[in-house]
Design a protein around this ligand. Structure first.
Ligand code: ADP
Length: 540
């Protein structure tokens, strides 16, 4: 046997094996089916080429050559069909035209216009071309050339292809170039009287495809390995059945063979299922990761927008507040009685918007991680006393008593950002005043000794909170339903900001209520600070 014959036999075997395994790998059914058909026909083509070149006489060679030519005219269209499926392109009209053309070419190959027989050339039989034989290599070059162009476009020019996919297509392209340029040299003897040197390379395309399988998941290697094992074992066991010496031997071998056949099938199925599930999981994970990234991006854009908008609002609001307060104070002359009430409203509304804008800004700072804290040891009792001093008038205007108890003032040292702490307690006590129609608000400060914590409780006799709504109150824009019913204005941002700021102080804030109409108690916990307060340090 010559090297040429051997290469054809190898191509035959590799094509058939690759076709079967890929077909059964079950990953992308459409692509696998096309690859299977192509490999089968390419395999038969290689076998017939082997048959022709090793035939004992020209008559046998001629008969085999008929089969060879039929396979040869179908190879381009089958390969294009695989390429289409591989690249997920649909062009049914062109495929129909090409299949019909191939069919007529196959019929044409039986006429003397296509071939006049076989002759001996380079020591083997080879086709002797007819008058219009040239149609066949032209057709081959056009269709395969087109498939190669598609692969080149996908590898180098298609912008929307992922890098991983690009590599897969690249290996397919390399395999195609090596395989088909090599294969095309089988036209050389009949056209140019040149030995078909490239045919040695045809089976090399399998090397590239195999490399693609291992390196870039062109096809599924795990399932192929499982199938290979199962087929190999089944084949060996079958041979053993065939070679059985006695009846007993035959029975035992058949039993082992059938058992393995069933087990092998189950094995392949389970591997298929596992791969399918894993791929589903991977797809889902990829989808979720994309969606997540997109959401984060949108969220960031929203935060940026709120931040810019709030900054822009600050100065006009400050102007409104400032001028309104100057007018109310009489800086521009006496204000007529009739204007007093509307002007107070302007001032109040201005203050409300200013607080709201500050809340928005605080939220964007928290979300962007830009909130800065100037932590200084403070006496929490003194801090809360100041806040209560500012709010006492508001409570008294509503007829509410606002009391504070602090048993051992010296013990309540905490390390906090003074401005932000005041903002939190002001918001909490203001809420208690807002959401209480009659009764009292009591602020009590004590310690949770074993845990080394300061505990501030703000208890009111107001509208209370329904148990099912309590936990949601600390989320952004969340307001209890009875807050709206009580017709008290608010944004639902204060408690969210308070909890975030508390977290930054290693503290916590929570609320308890026995239910609607039964009052609420907000509890703030802060770690006790062992350092001395700033003013004492300075005095020393
Ligand atoms: P706002 O008061 O602007 O709505 P907050 O975040 O400060 O926003 O409060 C969130 C919600 O918690 C309020 O809308 C209200 O439903 C409830 N809430 C807060 N404080 C009290 C309180 N002292 N009594 C009853 N409900 C309260």
């Amino acid at each position: 046997m010559t090297l040429f014959d051997l290469s054809n036999l190898i191509l035959f075997l590799v094509s058939i094996i690759s076709g079967i395994f890929v077909y059964l790998s079950g990953r992308n059914k459409q692509v696998n089916k096309k690859w299977f058909l192509f490999s089968m026909v390419a395999g038969i083509w290689a076998l017939t080429l082997f048959g022709v070149t090793t035939a004992s006489d020209s008559e046998v060679a001629m008969r085999i050559q008929y089969v060879l030519d039929v396979c040869a005219v179908f190879i381009p269209v089958l390969y294009l069909s695989f390429t289409y499926a591989f690249l997920k392109i649909k062009n049914t009209a062109l495929m129909v035209v090409l299949y019909i053309t191939s069919f007529f070419l196959a019929l044409f190959s039986f006429t003397p216009y296509f071939k006049i027989g076989v002759t001996e050339i380079f020591d083997f039989f080879w086709v002797s071309p007819g008058k219009y034989y040239i149609i066949s290599p032209l057709y081959f070059s056009l269709v395969i050339g087109y498939a190669i162009c598609l692969l080149i476009y996908e590898t180098y020019f298609n912008k929307v292809v992922s890098d991983e996919r690009r590599l897969q297509v690249k290996y397919q392209l390399l395999a195609t170039l090596v395989g088909f340029i090599g294969g095309a040299t089988t036209f050389f003897p009949q056209l140019f009287n040149v030995f078909p040197v490239g045919n040695y390379f045809t089976s090399l395309y399998i090397v590239f495809v195999t490399y693609g399988i291992y390196k870039h998941a062109l096809f599924n290697v795990k399932i192929i390995a499982a199938e290979f094992l199962a087929f190999f074992m089944t084949f060996v066991l079958f041979i053993r059945v065939a070679l059985s010496q006695s009846r007993n031997d035959f029975l035992i071998n058949s039993f082992v063979f059938i058992t393995f056949l069933i087990l092998g099938t189950l094995l392949i199925r389970s591997v298929l299922k596992e791969i399918e599930n894993r791929e589903k999981g991977e797809r889902l994970a990829r989808y979720l990761a994309n969606a997540n990234a997109r959401l984060r991006e949108i969220d960031k854009q929203k935060t940026d927008f709120v931040s810019i908008a709030s900054h822009q609002l600050r100065s006009p609001i400050a102007a409104i507040k400032g001028y309104a307060s100057l007018i109310v104070d009489g800086s521009y002359g006496n204000v007529p009685e009739k204007l007093q009430e509307p002007l107070h409203r302007v001032l109040e509304s201005g203050q409300r918007i200013a607080i709201m804008v500050d809340d928005f800004l605080n939220i964007t700072r928290i979300e962007q991680g830009r909130m800065t804290y100037n932590m200084v040891p403070q006496n929490i009792c003194t801090l809360i006393e100041t806040v209560i001093g500012e709010l006492r008038v508001v409570a008294e205007e509503k007829g509410l008593t606002l009391a504070m108890s602090c048993d051992n003032k010296e013990n309540y040292l905490v390390k906090v950002d003074e401005g932000k702490m005041k903002q939190i307690f002001s918001n909490l006590i203001d809420n208690s005043i807002k959401y209480t129609q009659e009764g009292s608000i009591t602020v009590s400060i004590s310690t949770l000794d074993p845990e080394h914590k300061v505990l501030v409780k703000i208890k009111d006799t107001g509208i209370g909170i329904a148990p099912e709504e309590i936990q949601n109150l600390f989320q952004k824009f969340n307001r209890a339903s009875n807050a709206n019913e009580a017709n008290v204005l608010g944004t639902g941002l204060g408690l969210y900001i308070a909890r975030e700021i508390m977290k930054a102080h290693q503290g916590w804030i929570n609320v308890e209520s026995e239910g609607v109409g039964k009052g609420s108690t907000f509890t703030v916990e802060l770690p006790v600070c062992d350092e001395e307060p700033a003013q004492y340090v300075q005095k020393k």
